[in-house]
Design a protein around this ligand. Structure first.
Ligand code: RRO
Length: 309
């Protein structure tokens, strides 16, 4: 079975790679990803300056996923620029995630990586965990302003990491805006922002930052991710790939994203919990499932979801 995925002009050796976030901050972690079955190396979102992130505890595993408010801990964009030649030596696409705290910061970083050996840029419009910084993707005017600038900075393919949307009018409005720009892909979805998980025994919030509000991840959000992939696939032109993320931990989960129209998928919480073996395992499970169903390739099943009317 041909399991190759696609992101814009780049063909991936398989359908799965790591999401920005877990275990992709240090050079050691990124080299390890490079040597794994992950089809690409995705970096933790970077900012202009290095950041330690929010106070701990800031990540808690839950029965069906996790809640976290990491607060953008990263080495600063110059460290990723500097290690890029060594990351590239592993011989697979390197995707740089960029999450500036302002449009000026994003402009500086996108310009710098446009002149680097990075293969793709994923600009994060959806971090929910920085106090005083609303998720850009929930503000159409600011999203337009950002794209007006960021799309003029170079020819390298760029994509956007989007927050989850929950209303058809919001899918319509964002898709209508995005198709006016030369972007190569969108990644759906970031964590479901500003959720609250309570430990009833101790009567306490599970994480410290922001009074316990944090991004919900894992199994809890798979139906939200699937809906966002499907809704954007139905609305965007074919030149824009939709990358799926949210609650993928088995080959069957990846297959559901494939039916919804994902060109590739990213693994976050499962990779955090299981490590790099998740890429081999899920790839094998997906291959076996496609074979059993008689599909010879990703392309044959992509977007083929059936509905009941
Ligand atoms: O670092 C984080 O707290 C974080 C980021 Br930048 C993001 O985009 N999504 C998320 O769930 N956490």
């Amino acid at each position: 079975v041909d399991l190759r995925g696609q992101i814009g002009p780049i063909t991936l050796s398989s359908y799965l790679f790591n999401a920005s976030g877990p275990r992709c901050t240090t050079e050691q972690e990124l080299i390890k990803l490079g040597r794994s079955r992950s089809a690409a190396v995705m970096t933790k979102s970077c900012t202009l300056a290095p950041r330690a992130g929010n106070a701990e505890p800031r990540y808690r595993a839950l029965p069906l996923g996790a809640i976290q408010s990491m607060g953008l801990p990263n080495l600063g964009y110059q460290a990723y620029l500097e290690m890029l030649p060594r990351l590239k030596q592993v011989g697979k696409p390197v995707v740089i995630s960029i999450s500036g705290l302002s449009l000026a910061d994003n402009t500086t970083m996108v310009s710098a990586f446009m002149a680097s050996s990075a293969d793709l840029l994923e600009i994060n419009f959806s971090c929910p965990n920085i106090e005083g910084k609303p998720q850009l993707g929930y503000d159409l005017t600011q999203t337009r302003q950002a794209l007006d600038t960021l799309c003029t900075l170079g020819d390298k393919p760029i994509g956007l990491k989007l927050p989850p949307y929950f209303d058809m009018a919001h899918f319509d409005a964002m898709a209508d805006l995005l198709q006016q720009y030369p972007i190569a892909f969108v990644t759906c979805v970031n964590s479901v922002g500003n959720t609250l998980v309570i430990d009833p025994e101790t009567e306490t919030a599970m994480i410290r930052p922001k009074g316990g509000f944090g991004g919900l991840c894992g199994d809890y959000i798979k139906p939200i991710g699937l809906a966002n992939v499907r809704a954007f696939r139905q609305r965007l032109p074919q030149r824009i790939d939709v990358i799926g993320v949210g609650g993928i931990k088995t080959g069957t989960d990846a297959f559901e994203y494939l039916l919804a129209g994902a060109s590739a998928v990213q693994i976050a919480t499962c990779y955090e919990e299981e490590g790099t073996s998740c890429f081999d395992r899920i790839e094998r499970e997906l291959g076996q499932l496609l074979q059993r169903k008689g599909y010879a390739s990703i392309a044959q099943a992509k977007g083929q979801l059936k509905t009941l009317d």
